[in-house]
Design a protein around this ligand. Structure first.
Ligand code: ATP
Ligand code: MG
Length: 489
C-alpha cells in the first residue's frame, strides 16, 4: 500500500517534470544502474579471488612453518617449537598456530596476544576451512616423507576485507565521477532532443495564438521527433486547406444569400409593376360599365385597355412561367415533347407576333433565313429560345438594327441573333448564362436574369450549343446550334 502510494507520487512528480529534466533523470538512473551492476559483479569476483589468494598464502606459510618445525617435533623439543612458532607474531593476520604430534597431542602452540583462541582437538589434514570470518589451514608436518604431525594455522581475513573495502571505495568514487560526467554531458547534449521538441511547442503556441495555419515547424533529421514535426506540419496544411475550403463555401453561401435577396427584390418588383396599371384599368372599366356609357369612343378605349391588360398579364404569366421552369430544371422534370418544327416559319411568326414590341423598341429587325428542313424538336421550347433572345436584343439593343439569321451547317441548324446595343464585357459573358446572372443594374433594365439560363438548359436538352460574341458598347451576337435530328430525352 505504502509502496504503491510512493510509486504513485513519484510517477506524478515525474509526469509534471519538464522533458529535459526527465531525460536527465533517465540518463542518471541508467548510469547508476549500469555502474552498480558492474560494481557488484566486480566486488563478488574480487571476493572470490581474494579468498583463493588468502588460501594460497596461508597454505604456503603453513608448509614453511611445518618444514621449519619438523626437527623440533621429532625430538619433542617444545621450547624450540614454541620459539619457531613465536616468529609468527610478525604476521599480524595469524591468530594461532597449533602443532599436533603423531599421537595427536598438542606439541607446541602460538596464540596472538590478547586473542582468546583455544587449540581445538586434533583433526587430520590437509584441509582448508573458512569459519566465522577466519581461514583454518591443516597441513601435515612431514620429515623424510613420513608424517610426524599436523599443523593447524588460523588466520583472520583482515587483508581480504581491506582489499575489498578499498575496491568498494574506488568503485563508489568511479560511480560518482561517472554520474557527474553524465550529468554535465546530458545537460550539454539534451538540447539535441528537447531542442526540436521545444521548437515544435513554440510553433504550436504561435499557431494557436495567431490562429495562423500557414506557420510551419522546422524539421531536421529523420528521428521520431522529425516524423512528429512532419505529421504536425501535415496536419497544419490540412487545417489550412480545410479553412480555405470553408471560407470558399462561406463566400459561396453568402453570395447565394445575396443573390437570393436580390432575386426576391427583383421578382417582387417585376411582379408588382404590371399590377398598378392593371388595377387602374379594371377600376376604369368598372366605372364606365356602371355609367352604362357604351359609346363608340368608349368601345375604342376599352379595346385598347384590354389589349394593354392582356400585355401586362402576358408579362406576368411569362415571369411565373420562367420561375416554374427553374423549378422544373432543379427537380429534373424538364422533358421535351418532340415534333417536326420549321425553324424559319417559327421565327417569322414570332417576329410578326412581336411587331408592337419591335415598334416600341425602335429597332429594325431584319431576317436572313436560309432553308432548313423541319426538325424533330420541342416546338414550345424552341419558341422560348427565340423569344428570350429576341426580347434581350430588343431590351439591350438601344433601338439599333437587329439581324436574325439561320442556316444549316455540318448536320446542325445554326440560328443567330445580332444586335448593336450595349454589349457584354468578356468577364460577364460566362456569368450571364447562370441562374439570376445579370450584367446590368436592375434600375436600368428590369428582368430576373433567368432568360438565358433557361435558354441554355433548353439548348442542352436538345444536345445543342449556345455562345455569345460581344464587346461592351458594340452589341452582341448570340449563336445557337441545334442538331438536325435528336434522340428523345
Ligand atoms: N443582347 C444583349 N445585349 C447585352 N446584354 C445582354 C443581352 N442579352 C443578355 N444580356 C445580359 O445578360 C443578362 C442575362 O440575360 P437574361 O435574359 O438571362 O436575363 P434578363 O434579361 O436580365 O432577365 P429575364 O429573366 O427577364 O430574361 C442580362 O441581364 C444582361 O445583362
Ligand atoms: Mg432576358
Amino acid at each position: 500500500m505504502i509502496f504503491r502510494s510512493i510509486r504513485h507520487s513519484i510517477s506524478t512528480q515525474f509526469g509534471k517534470a519538464q522533458i529535459a529534466t526527465k531525460i536527465l533523470v533517465i540518463i542518471m538512473l541508467a548510469v547508476i544502474t549500469a555502474l552498480t551492476a558492474s560494481g557488484v559483479a566486480l566486488i563478488v569476483g574480487d571476493r572470490i579471488l581474494e579468498k583463493s589468494r588468502m588460501e594460497e598464502s596461508v597454505s604456503a606459510l603453513a608448509q614453511i612453518i611445518g618444514s621449519n618445525t619438523a626437527a623440533a617435533l621429532v625430538f619433542r623439543d617444545t621450547e624450540a617449537l614454541n620459539e619457531t612458532l613465536a616468529l609468527l607474531n610478525r604476521r599480524y593476520n595469524i591468530i594461532a598456530a597449533c602443532i599436533y604430534d603423531d599421537a595427536q597431542r598438542i606439541a607446541g602452540l602460538y596464540i596472538r596476544t590478547n586473542d582468546p583462541f583455544i587449540c581445538p582437538p586434533f583433526k587430520p589434514g590437509p584441509e582448508v576451512e573458512f569459519l566465522r570470518g577466519e581461514i583454518w589451514v591443516r597441513e601435515p608436518v612431514v620429515l623424510e616423507q613420513r608424517q610426524i604431525g599436523t599443523l593447524l594455522l588460523v588466520s583472520d581475513l583482515r587483508e581480504m576485507r581491506q582489499a575489498i573495502r578499498f575496491h568498494i571505495v574506488v568503485i563508489v568514487a568511479v560511480l560518482f565521477l561517472a554520474l557527474f560526467m553524465a550529468y554535465i554531458l546530458s545537460r550539454r547534449l539534451r538540447h539535441l532532443v528537447s531542442g526540436s521538441l521545444l521548437k515544435l511547442i513554440k510553433t504550436a503556441q504561435l499557431v494557436s495564438e495567431k490562429q495562423d495555419y500557414s506557420i510551419r515547424a522546422e524539421t531536421s533529421g529523420e528521428d521520431e521527433l522529425s516524423i512528429l514535426t512532419g505529421a504536425f506540419n501535415h496536419m497544419l496544411s490540412r487545417i489550412e486547406q480545410y479553412n480555405h475550403e470553408r471560407e470558399r463555401l462561406l463566400n459561396e453561401a453568402q453570395e447565394g444569400v445575396r443573390a437570393r435577396d436580390e432575386f426576391m427584390y427583383i421578382a417582387s418588383h417585376e411582379l408588382n409593376t404590371p399590377i398598378t396599371p392593371l388595377k387602374l384599368q379594371v377600376q376604369f372599366i368598372r366605372k364606365m360599365a356602371a355609367a352604362k356609357q357604351l359609346t363608340p369612343e368608349f368601345s375604342d378605349k376599352l379595346e385598347k385597355m384590354l389589349i394593354d391588360s392582356e400585355r401586362h398579364i402576358g408579362h406576368m404569366a411569362g415571369l411565373v412561367e420562367n420561375l416554374l421552369d427553374v423549378t422544373r430544371i432543379a427537380s429534373g422534370e424538364f422533358r421535351l415533347e418532340l415534333e417536326p418544327v420549321d425553324l424559319n416559319a417559327l421565327i417569322q411568326s414570332i417576329v410578326r407576333r412581336y411587331h408592337s414590341e419591335i415598334a416600341a423598341s425602335r429597332s429594325e429587325v431584319t431576317l436572313r433565313l436560309e432553308e432548313i428542313k423541319p426538325c424533330m424538336w420541342d416546338r414550345a421550347r424552341i419558341e422560348q429560345i427565340v423569344v428570350n433572345l429576341l426580347e434581350n436584343a430588343l431590351k439591350y439593343g438601344e433601338g439599333k438594327p437587329i439581324v436574325i439569321t439561320s442556316r444549316t451547317e455540318g448536320g446542325k441548324a445554326v440560328f443567330a441573333i445580332r444586335d448593336h446595343g450595349i454589349g457584354i464585357s468578356s468577364e460577364e459573358q460566362s456569368n450571364i448564362f447562370k441562374q439570376f446572372g445579370r450584367a446590368v443594374p436592375y434600375r436600368h433594365f428590369g428582368g430576373l436574369g433567368l432568360g438565358l439560363y433557361i435558354t441554355l438548359k433548353i439548348v442542352k436538352a436538345h444536345h445543342g450549343e449556345i455562345r455569345v460574341e460581344s464587346q461592351l458598347g458594340q452589341g452582341s451576337r448570340f449563336i445557337v446550334e441545334l442538331p438536325l435530328s435528336i434522340q428523345k430525352v
